[in-house]
Design a protein around this ligand. Structure first.
Ligand SMILES: Cc1ncc(COP(=O)(O)O)c(C=O)c1O
Length: 405
């Protein structure tokens, strides 16, 4: 079969594939523990449900403007003012089908084939594929010191005449690392000086621990004119546990938003009316669910960190935000795909191989599930990997026998 050159470059989403695999195993009755997921388990805010239900009951579920309904744009404007201290005009804001579509629109709008996009590794699995989808070239850059914290020098080193944009995601998926404020200041300044687009993917910015405050990229932007190349992306998926609602947004200069809106208008039209109303409910409604989600995640993080620290061969930098940790398991196996498969086959625990995020030897372990899932999942992994483990492990009625070294 003949398929396009670009399509041939695109791999499956590793994380979505694992969700599917976990669901199949569960349906077969296997006692799977899913530590590979990327969504909070709580319910969406009631205000979101009520807003969507009320529109659905009215039956007035129609096409919307391609950049989103005015009420959602107003809610995004207020959100931007609350968290970033400036008030974009409605023409500087567009709603999309998730932050994913907002990023895709931006890439379509700014990139020509062969141009390059730099982002620090480890990175969210979709960035390389999204860049390739528009015919451009992903340029991941690993911090020289092997940590999760990029330095501006690392980025400077790979910038060339083809570089068009930089993507920054902090707090970071998969490491949970929160980049230092100085790095954000440096990267904003660097992109302005070099006339590069800067996509700030702030999707986890309210899910921070230990009293950290979100960093406001605009604080460091000198260019607030129509020439600004700063593109801010966010959405309701993570902070409001509304992953399935598929609403995200972008804030950027007027011309760029106009171009991105044109692209979206031909690709999908505006996002679903129903779900935009739900997002308005979430953004304008009572915000307590975000605080409780954050507290739950911080508690889960503490439990996970304690458990992983008791694991001899594992090295871990405690996540400062998100619901992901990215421990180094290379003591057990440097090949993360093989290790992740081993853990799934032997003790039915789903993790995501670090290689998918551009860092071998690590596994991404989520802590967005229950404490029980986290503790049991890590106990099982420890049993499978530690050669000093007892010979047998019971999972419910099932007896597992350790017949490997
Ligand atoms: C870093 C990052 N950006 C964007 C997204 C996509 O979010 P949405 O559900 O709004 O498309 C995700 C989802 O996993 C993510 O981890």
């Amino acid at each position: 079969m003949s398929i396009s050159y670009i399509a041939k470059q695109i791999g499956e989403s590793a994380t979505l594939k694992l969700n599917e695999k976990a669901a199949i195993l569960r349906a077969k009755g296997d006692p799977v523990i899913h530590l590979g997921g990327g969504e909070p388990k709580g319910k969406p805010p009631l205000d979101a449900i009520l807003a969507a239900t009320s529109l659905l009951t009215s039956g007035e579920v129609r096409y919307t403007p391609p950049d989103g309904i005015p009420a959602l744009k107003q809610a995004i404007i207020r959100y931007t003012e609350d968290f970033y201290g400036w008030r974009p005009a409605p023409e500087q804001v567009m709603a999309s089908g998730g932050a994913k579509q907002a990023i895709m629109n931006a890439l379509h709008a700014i990139l020509d084939p062969q141009q390059e996009v730099i982002f620090p590794a480890p990175y969210w699995v979709s960035y390389p594929e999204m860049v390739k989808l528009v015919g451009a070239v992903p340029v991941p850059v690993s911090p020289e010191d092997g940590s999760f914290i990029p330095r501006i020098e690392d980025i400077e080193e790979v910038v060339g005449s083809y570089t068009k944009a930089v993507i920054i995601n902090s707090p970071n998926n998969p490491s949970g690392a929160v980049y230092p404020e100085q790095f954000i200041a440096d990267v904003v300044d660097f992109c302005e000086r070099r006339d590069l687009y800067l996509i700030m993917d702030d999707i986890y910015h309210r899910l921070l621990f230990d009293g950290r405050r979100p960093v406001n990229c605009y604080k460091y932007a000198k260019d607030r004119t129509e020439n600004s190349k700063l593109i801010l992306v966010n959405g309701v998926s993570k902070q409001y546990a509304m992953t399935g609602f598929r609403i995200g947004w972008a804030v950027a200069n007027r011309r760029l938003i106009e171009v991105m809106t044109n692209i979206q208008s031909h690709e999908t039209s505006g996002p679903s009316a129903l779900l935009q109303h739900a997002a308005v409910g979430a953004l304008n409604g009572i915000q307590s669910s975000v605080g409780s989600l954050r507290t739950t995640l911080e508690n889960n993080r503490n439990v996970l960190v304690e458990q992983l620290r008791s694991f001899d061969g594992v090295r871990l930098e405690a996540p400062g935000g998100t619901f992901y940790s990215f421990p180094d398991f290379s003591h057990y196996d440097k090949n993360s795909e093989r290790l992740s498969k081993f853990v799934l086959d032997k003790v039915q625990v789903v993790t995501v191989p670090g290689v998918e995020f551009g860092r071998e030897g690590h596994l991404r372990i989520s802590f967005c599930g229950s404490i029980k899932e986290i503790t049991e999942g890590i106990d099982r992994m420890k049993w499978a990997l530690d050669p000093n483990s007892p010979n047998e492990l019971y999972i419910g009625q099932r007896k597992l026998v350790r017949d490997w070294k």
